[in-house]
Design a protein. Structure first.
Lengths: 86, 152
């Protein structure tokens, strides 16, 4: 990993069009400013990883019949007949 | 163009394709999707055009949380080219585990589509109100209960 030392208001360039600047440093918190093209997604790493993992779980592994999902819902809805209604 | 989708072989017309400039998180290399509907179902498929094996089940988040709303940042509006709120359609991605009744919806990272310009993005809400896993059935029951109560 490349490690660089920067002061407040100093930045780094990643390629030609991504700019990261140190906006503020307080104790163990660093505030960063990021300028990137629209098509580049910028997220906090832990959020990015969590959503990536959830998307991977959600991506269908096999064919899903929407009618199966509907029947599970119908069984649980108030006012609709279903085997597991309680 | 023909596509082997999760609803079988379908004919795809160019004007139905929704372009996700940033892709879906974790699947960034795929940019083109279709929303496939089935009559009488609250669920839809978000079917990838570039990779026929890739598809998600989606649904309207407000069916699970009646108060759900999404506020877009200026950057997100610019990316989606959304000029008025009516341009946007919001879907939540549904995760279906082996126990189907335990299915969850990701309310923290909804899919927003500009239906007029056919541009989409998965956006991440940072206000801490929502998580990636809300139980669909419990939410729908609560929403139905509230709707019923409103009528009484």
């Amino acid at each position: 990993m490349l490690v660089l030392t920067r002061k407040v208001d100093q930045g780094i360039m990643i390629g030609d069009n991504i700019r990261v600047i140190v906006v503020d440093v307080r104790g163990d918190q660093v505030k960063l400013g990021i300028e990137a093209p629209r098509e580049v997604v910028v997220h906090r790493e832990e959020v990015y990883r969590e959503i990536q993992a959830e998307n991977a779980r959600a991506a269908l592994k096999s064919a899903v019949d929407l009618r199966t999902l509907e029947s599970v819902i119908a069984a649980k809805q108030p006012g609709k007949a279903g085997p597991s209604r309680d | 163009m023909e596509l082997e989708s999760c609803l079988g072989r379908i004919d795809v017309s160019e004007e139905d394709i929704i372009v996700f400039p940033q892709g879906i998180l974790g699947f960034e290399e795929y940019k083109r999707y279709l929303v496939l509907e089935q009559p009488d179902s609250v669920f839809r498929f978000l079917q990838c055009v570039d990779e026929p094996q890739l598809a998600f089940v989606v649904m309207y988040p407000e069916l699970v949380d009646a108060a759900y709303s999404v506020v877009l940042t200026e950057e997100q509006k610019a990316l989606l080219e959304i000029e008025q709120p009516e341009d946007g359609v919001v879907y939540g991605i549904v995760t279906i585990p082996e126990q189907v009744a335990e299915m969850t919806i990701n309310l923290q990272a909804p899919v927003v589509i500009n239906k007029r310009r056919r541009i989409g993005a998965q956006i991440v809400l940072m206000d801490g109100k929502y998580t990636t896993r809300h139980n669909v059935l419990a939410g729908m029951q609560a929403a139905a209960y509230l709707a019923q109560k409103g009528k009484d």
